[in-house]
Design a binder for this molecule. Structure first.
Ligand code: GAL
Length: 422
């Protein structure tokens, strides 16, 4: 072969090789999808399974790896997630609260892929309330897909106990204590609590803060315009201290579900919990407005303490295309209308099918559309993770020593440390 011909053959071989590489260079993704969440409890696990069912029907060849870490409010899951993210081993998509938890923990740390184009391509920009888009946004981009809206400030109560004792559910903090005294006098545990994870006390506290100062001042706590050293925070801590005197004696050894179950079983009268408790009540076979009732937590009528579970796409996900298929489902009307009626939450979208939602959830939808919306502290909406942890730590001590002045000083410092107060 002449030198020239040899050169042609070499070139041809190179071209074929390049083409072949091009074709397989974009290697098809493994048919797997790892979803990380803390949804293991009654109601939440069933809701997730319903979404997985739809996903599998649409994409039968993709295997879902259900990576869950038990512990309400992500009390264990968040640490596991942080370790994995630091090690460069992110799940394909993970549950994260909209607001500061998403933005401060992951977006500012440049660990997430922007999803603005994804929202546009799916035609979602006008399908969500602007307030929801706002808390998913940072630096001009949207960073996760919200699957629901939860309400934190709900007082659940056992209807039979209230009826049998001629009581009305309390609407103010003062009424709460009157009712609690009446119940205690009858030997009934007034308020159930399960603070084996301190987040449930923080959860109760955010309701008490809101009930003690109203939505405008409550909002101001998170941007430094409401004084943490002021009289309202003091009064909230005093109320919390007093409330802790009405709880079940085994509170420190219970998680949120057993605490909610005390109300379901008639072993306690009331419980302040987010509306995932509604999903849980329903898995126990109870019906809203029949065995259990619900009112805004004392003093908070007209305000909706909100949080939202969302899913994002971490940088370095092993199956990003499959993750996008998951996110597509999370953001869809079909996905949200399958998940939320079971989960005890309302759709984050504005076009949910009302007929699928029970009487409680319909009332939550109406309130979400008309109330003052304020962000939850315990569930990542109001403040960055470090600030939430500082308040959790303060409340851990407070449950034991009930020292109002010490707790207030420590919370005021937490605001300074978070960079929001001087
Ligand atoms: C919240 C979460 C809810 C629910 C709850 C109890 O933080 O947003 O979806 O799972 O914790 O685990």
């Amino acid at each position: 072969m002449s030198k020239k011909n040899l050169a042609y053959v070499a070139l041809a071989v190179l071209m074929v090789a390049t083409l072949a590489l091009g074709a397989c260079g974009k290697q098809a993704e493994e048919p797997k999808l790892e979803i990380f969440s803390w949804w293991t409890g009654g109601g939440e696990a069933e809701g997730l399974t319903a979404m997985y069912g739809i996903f599998t029907a649409k994409h039968p060849d993709i295997e879902i790896i259900n990576a869950t870490v038990a512990g309400g409010a992500g009390s264990n899951a968040k640490a596991v997630l942080a370790t994995r993210m630091q090690a460069g081993d992110p799940p394909d998509s993970f549950q994260v609260h909209a607001g500061h938890e998403l933005i401060d923990s992951w977006v500012k740390a440049e660990k997430m892929e922007p999803l603005t184009k994804f929202f546009k391509d799916n035609g979602w920009l006008d399908k969500y309330p602007q307030g929801v888009i706002d808390i998913l946004s940072y630096g001009g981009d949207i960073w996760s897909v919200p699957v629901n809206i939860h309400r934190s400030n709900v007082l659940w109560y056992n209807k039979a106990i209230f009826a049998d004792n001629g009581l009305q559910p309390p609407t103010t903090l003062a009424e709460f204590f009157t009712v609690a005294d009446a119940l205690q006098a009858k030997g009934i545990v007034p308020l159930s609590l399960g603070d084996s994870g301190i987040w449930t006390v923080t959860h109760l506290f955010e309701s008490v803060l809101l009930g003690s100062m109203g939505p405008a001042k409550y909002r101001g706590l998170w941007d430094g315009t409401t004084d943490w050293n002021g009289p309202e925070v003091k009064s909230a801590l005093e109320s919390l201290s007093k409330m802790l005197g009405y709880v079940n004696t085994d509170h420190a050894s219970l998680e949120w579900q057993p605490a909610t179950k005390l109300v379901a079983d008639g072993d306690a009268a009331m419980n302040v919990m987010g509306d995932w408790a509604e999903g849980y009540f329903k898995t126990l076979g109870f019906t809203p407005d029949v065995e259990f009732g619900y009112v805004p937590s004392p003093g908070t009528a007209g305000s909706f303490l909100m949080l939202s579970d969302s899913f994002g796409l971490p940088k370095g996900a092993k199956h990003p295309e499959n993750a996008k298929l998951w996110l597509e489902l999370c953001g869809s009307k079909e996905g949200q209308d399958a998940f939320n009626p079971i989960k005890g939450s309302i759709p984050a979208r504005t076009d949910g099918d009302l007929a699928l939602y029970d009487v409680y959830l319909q009332s939550a939808m109406a309130d979400f559309a008309s109330n003052e919306i304020v962000p939850s502290l315990a569930h990542g909406a109001a403040a960055a993770e470090g600030w939430v942890t500082a308040i959790n730590d303060t409340l851990t001590l407070f449950v034991a020593d009930k020292d109002v002045a010490k707790a207030q000083t420590s919370m005021a410092k937490a605001c300074v440390d978070a960079g929001m107060c001087k």
